[in-house]
Design a protein around this ligand. Structure first.
Ligand code: TXA
Ligand code: MG
Length: 326
């Protein structure tokens, strides 16, 4: 049984931000804007509040959550940072990067938010509204993406409401998110840093900051998935997805990138992620486009190839999962 709640729409002004922080301190659920996607936030130190995130999302409870902090100093109180972790924090916080580090002795993040692990996922977002709420809340705030489990992440408050209206206490509306794909996740656990999820900070920039190559999660080996939320079909739309398509086939919806294919009439269900081939624009449009084509009733979405450089790695990762068998 999912608990029903009256979902308030808060504006991202001074009073909305104060109300969001008050609700969080009271153990309530608030969808917050970040520069990547909207997060479903709760007090990370309060196991009961964290449990209600899993319930609202219908998320398998073995999946650990990211704890959000207003600044590097407060993040460093929760985890142990080795040299690469410090270099990455210095280079990219505040910003679209999550670091997995061992818990500190003083860590206040609840066991449930960490899914019982001795490591903790920490992120200092750069969105000014997120920063203001985190500073006012004065404690780590757990926030997975504010979608129902298995759906694509929300980049608009309207997406949050489609998935979670009546299940959460409030959504803080700051319009569309700028980056549109989730944070890059890097595990810094003493050995070689591992890129667990490509995201808003391109791999090359991360590698430049630590002066070495990042090991990829898929090449990192190990039996159990180190990041359980990275299961293949995590970001599935209802429609089937056909990747690296040269052009749409009859009956398919089309998700383009760059110039449209010559000599093909585009179907009525068609959207171009970036006609000029700009990867940042494509990332910002990706999840809204998948939702739109899905909601319009597409049965198969054919997707144009997207180059692997820069944010292309994160875009291709999310598209690959959207296309995974389920
Ligand atoms: O951009 C983002 O990262 C957004 C915004 C809201 O901050 N959040 C987000 O959270 O994408 P979520 O829960 O959808 O994805 C977090 C990922 C999951 O795949 C989870 O398995 C992994 O982080 N994770 C969390 N803690 C971990 C840990 N201790 N070790 C390994 N993976 C962890
Ligand atoms: Mg998610």
């Amino acid at each position: 049984m999912i608990e029903t709640r009256q979902t308030q729409r808060l504006h991202a002004d001074e009073s909305g931000i104060a109300e969001a922080a008050r609700l969080l301190r009271a153990g309530k659920l608030v969808a917050l804007p970040t520069e990547t996607v909207y997060g479903l936030a709760a007090d990370a130190t309060d196991g009961k509040a964290v449990a209600s995130i899993y319930a609202a999302k219908e998320r398998p409870s073995f999946n650990p959550l990211i704890s959000h902090l207003p600044d590097v100093a407060s993040a460093r109180r929760e985890g142990l940072f080795d040299a690469p972790a410090l270099a990455l924090a210095k280079a990219f916080w505040p910003g679209p990067l999550t670091l997995i580090v061992p818990v500190s002795q003083a860590c206040t993040v609840s066991d449930l938010a960490r899914a019982g692990l001795r490591t903790v996922a920490l992120r200092v977002p750069s969105h000014p509204v997120a920063h203001a709420v985190l500073a006012a809340a004065g404690r780590p705030i757990a926030a997975p993406s504010a979608n129902r489990s298995g759906r694509v992440s929300p980049t608009l408050p309207e997406h949050v409401l489609v998935d979670l209206d009546g299940r959460i206490d409030a959504v803080l509306d700051a319009g569309p998110t700028a980056i549109g794909v989730e944070s890059s996740i890097v595990a810094c656990l003493g050995g070689a840093p591992k890129l667990l999820r490509p995201g808003g900070v391109p791999r090359a920039a991360l590698e430049a900051a630590i002066g070495r190559e990042l090991v990829s999660a898929d090449r990192a080996g190990g039996a159990a998935p180190i990041s359980p939320g990275l299961l293949a079909s995590h970001y599935a739309p209802e429609a089937a997805v056909r990747l690296d398509a040269e052009a749409p086939r009859p009956g398919e919806a089309w998700l383009g990138f760059g110039p449209e294919p010559d000599g093909h009439a585009l179907p009525s269900l068609s959207f171009n992620l970036s006609p000029s081939g700009n990867l940042a624009e494509a990332a910002a449009n990706l999840f809204a486009a998948l939702r739109r084509l899905d909601e319009a009733g597409a049965t198969t979405i054919a997707v144009a190839p997207v180059p692997m450089q820069g944010l292309g790695e994160a875009i291709n990762n999310r598209l690959g999962r959207a296309a995974a068998p389920r």
